[in-house]
Design a protein around this ligand. Structure first.
Ligand code: SF4
Length: 90
């Protein structure tokens, strides 16, 4: 993929604009969000770790943010029914 084409397809998290002056602790927020999910919606440690391992080697991962969907990789990995926008995991 050409650099220009790739750049035009990148998406960035909108929370940065909204919360730019508020310190985020994404691991703590992920844990809080996870605890709010119904048990049947929770992906479970094994699946989450598998997904994050794939994300960690992905060229769309920019410091924990997925540039294909604009979400934090860890947040996206939490829900069992979530899918990678590039179909690298499900
Ligand atoms: S969700 Fe998919 S596209 Fe995004 S960083 Fe992870 S593996 Fe890459």
């Amino acid at each position: 993929m050409e650099d220009k084409e790739r750049t035009e397809k990148l998406r960035f998290c909108r929370l940065c604009d909204i919360f730019k002056d508020i310190p985020l602790d994404i691991d703590k927020d992920a844990e809080r969000l996870y605890n709010l999910l119904d048990d049947k919606e929770k992906a479970g440690d094994e699946l989450i770790n598998e997904r994050l391992k794939i994300c960690s080697a992905c060229d769309r991962n920019s410091q924990g943010t997925c540039l294909a969907c604009g979400c934090y990789c860890i947040i996206r990995s939490l829900k069992r029914s979530a899918r990678c926008p590039k179909k690298k995991w499900q």
